[in-house]
Design a protein around this ligand. Structure first.
Ligand code: ADP
Ligand code: MG
Length: 269
């Protein structure tokens, strides 16, 4: 579903060339989840933007659902994004002149989905905002705006959902609700999840983890476990390319709970 080969990102600044990412590799199959973790400034948001086709690497390639998006022009990438990708930005990106309901419905209306408002109302209810549908972004708290942004991304039923710190602005309870929702979607619809997060609990729920430090992929050291009668034993060697398959892949349920059909055209692969 996602294949990343040796991507690097350099930018030219007034002080010279800045290397933001160096030789990142990863591989994610359909329905898997990945947490990108690391300190502030380590390149997490830059990497997420490149994986989602919003930005280009300086070297290396990214393939989404079998398509090399780094070999495409902007028009080609935009088509893949529309077809495959949902994105929750760190700074929400809601339109101030539209209500919560209209913000969620907009991408569906742009796809001429006749059920746009119905689907939008359903996903607002799923994030616990059914009582805020007619509110404008300025009338909502940061956490509520974040939830609208999450509902908007979900409403398009993306094949891959990218989210940059989706619980970053939320209190623990609301954050957990959003995490549950992300993983419900992952289970119900087989959505592949790529999350940037500081939350240990959220990262721990993901099947793979990619740790960044100053733009490099950190190989995590093996867990040392004391075994009676022995000095120390290495429990398991971690492969150098983050292949930490902690959890079995969730199977999509055959009978998800009743919900409106989100897309007029079946663009999900
Ligand atoms: P994170 O999301 O892990 O906090 P970012 O990906 O936002 O990190 O940024 C990584 C580093 O690259 C930071 O030091 C940031 O200032 C720098 N950076 C990101 N984009 C640019 C850019 N377009 N020009 C210059 N520096 C950038
Ligand atoms: Mg960031």
């Amino acid at each position: 579903m996602i294949e990343v080969s040796n991507i690097s990102k350099k930018v030219i600044t007034a002080e010279g060339t800045l290397s933001i990412l160096q030789k990142i590799n990863l591989s994610l199959v359909s329905g898997e989840s990945l947490a990108i973790v690391g300190p502030s400034g380590s390149g997490k948001s830059t990497l997420l933007g490149i994986l989602a086709g919003l930005d280009l690497p300086t070297a290396g390639s990214v393939s989404l659902a079998g398509q090399d998006i780094t070999a495409m022009d902007e028009e080609g990438r935009a088509a893949v994004r529309a077809e495959t990708v949902g994105f929750v930005f760190q700074s929400f990106h809601l339109l101030p002149g539209l209500t919560a309901l209209e913000n969620v419905a907009l991408p569906l209306e742009l796809q001429s989905d006749k059920e746009a408002l119905k689907t939008a109302a359903y996903y607002l209810q799923r994030v616990g905002l059914e009582h805020r549908t007619t509110h404008y972004p300025r009338q909502l708290s940061g956490g509520e705006q974040q939830r609208v942004a999450v509902a908007r991304a979900f409403a398009c039923r993306p094949t891959i959902l990218f989210a940059d710190e989706p619980t970053g602005n939320l209190d623990t309870g609301t954050g957990e609700k959003i995490s549950d929702l992300l993983f419900d979607l992952n289970k119900e619809e087989g959505t592949t999840l790529v999350l940037v997060t500081h939350e240990h609990n959220l990262a721990a729920r993901c099947g793979q983890r990619l740790v960044l430090a100053a733009g490099r992929q950190v190989v995590e050291s093996p867990i040392k476990k004391k075994v009676p009668g022995k000095k120390a034993a290495v429990e398991k060697k971690v492969a150098p390319d983050t292949k930490l398959k902690a959890k079995p892949k969730a199977k999509p349920q055959t009978e998800p709970e009743a919900k409106p059909k989100a897309k007029a055209q079946g663009s999900k692969s």
